[in-house]
Design a protein around this ligand. Structure first.
Ligand SMILES: [Zn+2]
Length: 303
């Protein structure tokens, strides 16, 4: 166990949801417990994610949108698009999950690997949120690290089953950032703005087809020569997932993670990994898949 590695978590701030809300909010704590049970990390290695500052949000998000989120002035339509009811806790929770990704990326630049048990808010756009995403953690993180000149080039690898429309709209076209998304062609969101590399998969895509696409895509990421990889390892391509529409097995997903992690390790590219989506019911399959991602990182000698 590498004691220098810390894993950030954002659920120290509650996420207040009405009774019966379909978002599986308990998956974060369950994953933390599962990682301790599997002896991947000790309790002392988990750190609460710091809240992102308004200033760090301002250079990528619309100032009026930020104010509306902070003050609770979003229209009911805007709130509905996000999918969470507004509360002060919600604002702080979203600030934590954005700040935690930035903190994980900073750790990755020091040790080669960082992670947050939250994040991957790839549906958030410059001036609106959507699909359980309020602020775009990767766009904010990339912007801060590029402005601080800690990195010259950043690659986003987004393997959540849903297209990273917010990532595409906020970062594609910035020469220092390469945005890659592999997702279900027919899945949410219906509008999919172009990333630097998009791979749209048919419903029921299997392990073999999925991994073949990924191997090719990783070559494209490699030729961009990034100084940092931001990895959205959403586990919703899993066959058990309620929203996924793909047919990846646990072994296939783990192999997916290993391909990404061994690539980072082999080319000595720091990698920061965030959870992204996962919606199995019961939630146990999602928690197992999240835990497997950390086991894949360990097997790839990232820590
Ligand atoms: Zn997703």
């Amino acid at each position: 166990m590498n004691q220098d590695i810390y894993i950030y978590f954002a659920d120290h701030v509650p996420l207040p949801l009405p009774e019966g809300h379909r978002f599986p909010a308990d998956k974060y704590e369950k994953t933390r417990l599962s990682l301790m049970e599997a002896k991947v990390f000790q309790e002392s290695q988990f750190l609460p994610s710091p809240l992102i500052s308004k200033d760090d949000l301002k250079s990528v998000h619309d100032p009026d949108y930020i104010e509306a989120v902070f003050q609770g002035d979003l229209s009911s339509l805007a709130q509905k698009k996000i999918g969470f009811p507004w509360s002060e806790d919600l604002v702080n929770r979203c600030r934590a999950s954005t700040g935690g990704t930035l903190a994980a990326a900073r750790q990755a630049l020091k040790t080669g690997y960082g992670a947050q048990l939250a994040g991957g808010t790839h549906h958030a756009h410059r001036d609106f949120g959507a699909g359980y995403c309020v602020f775009n953690d990767f766009a904010v993180t990339a912007d801060v690290l590029l402005r601080e000149q800690l990195v010259r080039r950043i690659a986003v690898i987004d393997l959540d089953v849903h297209h990273g429309d917010g990532n595409a709209s906020m970062m594609t076209g910035i020469p220092e950032i390469f945005v890659f998304s592999m997702h279900g062609a027919k899945n949410y969101p219906s509008k999919k703005p172009a990333s630097d590399l998009d791979i749209a998969l048919d419903d029921d895509t299997s392990d073999q087809q999925y991994l073949r696409h990924l191997e090719e895509a990783i070559l494209a990421v490699g030729s961009f020569q990034p100084d940092l990889i931001l990895y959205q390892g959403g586990v919703d391509p899993l066959i058990d997932d309620r929203l996924g529409r793909l047919k990846l097995s646990f072994a296939g997903l783990k192999r997916r993670d290993e391909l990404v992690f061994t690539f980072a390790k082999e080319f000595s590219i720091p990698i920061a990994h965030v959870l992204g989506g996962g919606y199995s019911r019961p939630i146990g399959a999602t928690v197992t898949a999240y835990t497997n991602t950390f086991l894949a990182a360990k097997a790839s000698h990232l820590f």
